[in-house]
Design a protein around this ligand. Sequence first.
Ligand SMILES: [Cu+2]
Length: 454
Amino acid sequence: MWSTLRSMMPPSSERPRTAEENSSTTCTSRCVPGTTASDCPTASTAWWPSTTSKSPWKGTPPISPHVASGRHYAPRPDDLALHDLRQVDVQDMQRWTERILEAIHLGKVIDSQGNNVPLDEEHGADILGSLIESNLESKNVQFYGNLHNWGHVMMAYIHDPDGRFRETPGVMTDTATSLRDPIFYRFHRFIDNVFQEYKKTLPIYSKDNLNFAGIQVTEIKVNAKIPNVIHTFFREDELELSHCLEFGSPGSVRARYHHLDHESFSYIISANNGSNEDKQGTVRLFLAPKFDELGNPIPLDEQRRLYIEMDKFHVDLRPGKNTIVRSSTDSSVTISSTYTFKELLHGEDLQDDRTEFCSCGWPQHLLVPKGNDKGMVFDLFVMISDGEKDRVPSSSSDKKLCNDALSYCGVMDEKYPDKKAMGYPFDRTIEATTAAEFLTPNMLVSNITVRFQD
Ligand SMILES: [Cu+2]
């Protein structure tokens, strides 16, 4: 998707056009140090300018040089609203959003030949993903447009929409930098809301969809210096710039910076296999704030949208008691290493099965949200689902998975290696109002604390 994004910019000079004001609200999660999901209100699917109410956006300061030009990424001044670009209007964005929402509510999209394609339970999310991303699989680019990528571009050029000043774009232009602009989280909440609109059309998960007969999770603990308390802190680090820039010299070039980090820890999960045979399970770990900013417990159906995935892995469960120990450094949502130009040039330590599908995921140091200095209480959720039912048959068995960042990357040219939807079991509406009502024996929730120490 990101190569598409890059190829769509920059717009050159053309007449200025009108823009409408934007009303918006906000973000979530692991995102920016200091931001927690509970800090953030929600944005609706009506996020594109649809009213005349003025709700100005806060801007961002300039940061680091833009890779393509060597000039600084442009800042985004306060109070700017979206304007039409040369190639796409704000109204196009509204129209595409309306068409996508209409397709969701009708349960079908119209392909480029005019045929109906149902948004069924198995393929609906993929079809919508292709429409919104507007990749090669999109059923109808002409009609449903290119919502996600143009959203990035429109925000990146909010300060010079018609290109008359030949300004460099803002950080929203680039995968490596978009997260530096708080508007990224508002925008992606909007995109997520569109998918949630689709998920609302699906039946809620029944107990049968959730349970793993015979398997009971009896305990989950976090093993850190203080049990069930994870400490976070800012750390001074050095970034090896030859990961992304070629300086033409053999030595390394480093930049010093601060980033959030956390002590390493492990999860200890106790599970009972009540059957008399070995079973394969998929362990799913999630984390969400327990209380809102006023200290009230967050209702489960709201909290489910704040759960972030911490890890996902397979286990073999022997009959009787099992103790599963998993290190935070093995997480499937983080990436452990990237290559420098030099390593790539000399093919050092490269394996044939390492592709771009091995290179997505959070940096390990951003696995844990910052929490706060008093100690922020989180719900740590664990589920062991039936590994047999989760397995997707591989068409070419010699293809290795990159466990490194499996949760996001998937496997190249293969089906996503987990039959369950991304975010399962929190991707669909939860009607249960209490954890006790929602949980099946193969799940458990436990309180942990994340304490930030400066
Ligand atoms: Cu995006």
